[in-house]
Design a protein around this ligand. Structure first.
Ligand code: MD3
Ligand code: FE
Length: 217
């Protein structure tokens, strides 16, 4: 018998877990960088505040979002797309912070995608109860580029399906510092996040923050 009481408190030993064809989990890859990443998120949200986007179908998303980089992902009654400016301010999105760029490139490299140069980072905020329903990410021009995701704060249950919405979904726990690289045949897989369970994270309190690095154009 083993004791798992401290699973949520102790940092994981960094290691790689294959998830599916083209998808790999880099456990704890961002653990050391996390404080700097969170500081950068605070700067980003000071100029491009959290907002709840509305789907083209008129549903308010429970995830709060913002962006940094040359392009930001937005959704409204006109559809899903990447925009060079924040619709709330009319100003360009905050620049991609150097620690973001470096971490994303190093993670992609470790997963076999050399030369990944993201031009967009969607920043998602989950509070207890927040969920993200099953979807594909397909608003990017070059689907040969992977997406790199970084989980910070409270752990989440990530849902990972197949190329069709009705394919069965696997549940994967993503904790603070975990990075996932989604490329190849997994790039268009359906995925989502189960309602966030409450908790109290030493750096993030009752929040989970997810960074997704993309090549939009
Ligand atoms: C699999 N975010 O921002 S990250 C999203 O935790 C999004 O906030 C979730 O889905 C989150 O679009 C999941 C993991 C992720 C991101 C993009 C993917 C998995 C993916 C793209 C293709 C396949
Ligand atoms: Fe997604």
């Amino acid at each position: 018998m083993t004791f798992d009481l401290f699973d949520d408190l102790l940092p994981e030993t960094p290691h790689t877990e294959p998830l599916a064809a083209g998808a790999v989990i880099l456990r704890a890859f961002a653990h050391a960088a996390a404080p700097a990443l969170l500081e950068a998120v605070a700067r980003i949200t000071a100029s491009a505040p959290w907002r709840h986007l509305v789907t083209p179908g008129g549903q308010r998303m429970s995830v709060a979002m913002t962006n940094c980089g040359s392009f930001g992902w937005v959704s409204d009654a006109r559809g899903y797309r990447y925009e060079p400016a924040d619709p709330l301010s009319g100003q360009p999105w905050p620049a991609m912070p150097e620690p973001f760029r470096t971490l994303a490139a190093e993670a992609a490299q470790a997963a076999g995608f050399a030369g990944f140069a993201p031009d967009a980072c969607l920043v998602n905020r989950y509070l207890p109860g927040t969920r993200l329903s099953l979807h594909q990410d397909r608003d990017e021009r070059d689907l040969r580029a992977p997406i790199v995701s970084v989980s910070l704060g409270l752990p989440a249950t990530f849902l990972f399906g197949g190329l069709q919405r009705t394919d069965r979904t696997a549940r994967v726990r993503l904790a603070h510092g975990d990075v996932v690289v989604w490329g190849g045949p997994s790039r268009l897989a359906y995925h989502g996040v189960a309602p966030l369970a409450d908790g109290d994270h030493p750096l993030c309190g009752h929040e989970r923050i997810n960074l997704t690095f993309r090549r939009a154009r």
